[in-house]
Design a binder for this molecule. Structure first.
Ligand SMILES: Nc1nc2c(ncn2[C@@H]2O[C@H](COP(=O)(O)OP(=O)(O)O)[C@@H](O)[C@H]2O)c(=O)[nH]1
Ligand SMILES: [Mg+2]
Length: 363
């Protein structure tokens, strides 16, 4: 199970550096395989103390964590939608991601050119947000033309979609992101199978210089912008973190202590990203495989089963649930059951964070 994040930002904001910091080196620290799918797509296992503790207790043959997939793209420049710089074609790489990680340059560095002249996080973020919006406009207008043709030939679904597309077109044309509209599910592009960048939740990454902290004025400017949008900010020094990732794990911990880096960027991004997407984690232990899964908070048991195997949703009978904490305290499933911690839950049960679940499914 993978949560996908797409990096966006101006050239030289530090996207590729952050990409390396997020995805490199984790093979060495985690007992799980790390893979780079291609140059621009990296996967990092999501560390989870409960998963480790359950693995130590249950001694499964395999342990499969959830993963965070990160997609790096080239930088967007002002006017990309009109073909400036590399244009905006490469934005197609970030269609299909769950959320955007918007990297904003907050560091000063003479040797690294700034595409807009100088460091100005709020302006930079606005430039990128505008280009994303223009890309959405392009997508919406092209799609509208196509659906209008279908509607003319009597396709009812196309006619309904044209109406939706027109509403999104109007909002985007007025400079409003789709996410800011707080649309009901039936009005949301996702429900109609239309993937728009400005509909995705955003996490800002303030990329600060070495030795600068979260109290920099440049970070404050970005925070103010994020606050107006109801978005969150993580503060990172991508360069420092990427360098730390090249050290052997033992030296890295030591170096982090010396430099006063409390927590590396990956767990921060995972935590904020999960909150942004309202994700919770549950565990399964079938067939000697201990596996972690993520689903949106509020997901009902049959749909949770469906993430494991599409057939399981339809064939769902019941869920046998023990909270990870109870299982760990009792020391075994049998003990947990004897002490009344095993619950039988039906199709209306909303899966809770930390549930260890056996799904009973029919044939
Ligand atoms: N001083 C400093 N340089 C950085 C930092 N982050 C990135 N850089 C440098 O900025 C340049 C551009 O970074 P890169 O990650 O390629 O930017 P991208 O175009 O957004 O992918 C590289 O030379 C990085 O080493 C930082 O936090 N501090
Ligand atoms: Mg890059």
């Amino acid at each position: 199970m993978s949560t996908k994040l797409g990096l966006v930002g101006l050239p030289n904001a530090g996207k590729s550096t952050l990409f390396n910091a997020l995805t490199a080196g984790h093979a060495a620290v985690a007992p799980y395989p790390f893979t780079t799918i291609d140059q621009h797509v990296g996967v990092a296992p999501v560390a989870d103390a409960r998963l480790d503790a359950l693995a130590a207790l249950l001694l499964p043959e395999r342990v499969i964590p959830t993963t965070l997939e990160v997609v790096d793209i080239a930088g967007l420049v002002k006017g990309a939608s009109q073909g400036e710089g590399l244009g905006n074609q490469f934005l197609s790489h970030v269609f299909g991601v769950d959320a955007l990680l918007h990297v904003v340059r907050c560091f000063e560095e003479e040797n690294v050119a700034h595409p807009m002249g100088g460091t100005d996080p709020a302006r930079d973020a606005e430039v990128v947000n505008t280009e994303l919006l223009l890309k959405d406009l392009e997508v919406v207008q092209r799609r509208k033309e196509k659906e209008q043709k279908l509607a003319k030939s009597g396709d009812k679904k196309a006619a309904a979609l044209v109406e939706r597309l027109a509403a999104w077109d109007t909002a985007l044309g007025a400079g409003r992101t789709i996410r800011s509209l707080s649309l009901a599910p039936e009005q949301h592009p996702g429900t109609w199978g239309v993937d728009l960048l400005s509909a995705k939740p955003v996490l800002y990454a303030a990329n600060v210089g070495e030795g600068s902290g979260s109290s920099e004025p440049s970070v404050a400017a970005l925070r103010a912008l994020a606050e107006r949008e109801g978005a969150r900010v993580v503060v990172v020094c991508a360069k420092l973190e990427a360098e730390l990732m090249e050290l052997p794990p033992a030296d890295r911990t030591e170096m982090m202590r010396e430099l006063g880096v409390k927590e590396s960027v990956l767990p921060q991004v995972i935590r904020e990203g999960s909150a942004l997407l309202s994700l919770i984690t549950f565990f399964t232990t079938a067939s000697k495989i201990l596996q972690a899964w993520t689903v949106p908070r509020g997901t009902k048991a049959p749909q949770a089963a469906g993430t494991i195997h599409t057939d399981f949703e339809r064939k769902f009978i019941r869920a046998e649930v023990i909270q990870a904490q109870a299982l760990l305290q009792c020391g075994s499933e049998a003990n947990a059951k004897a002490q009344g911690f095993l619950r039988l839950e039906g199709k209306d049960y909303a899966v809770q964070d930390g549930d260890v679940i056996h799904f009973r499914v029919g044939s």
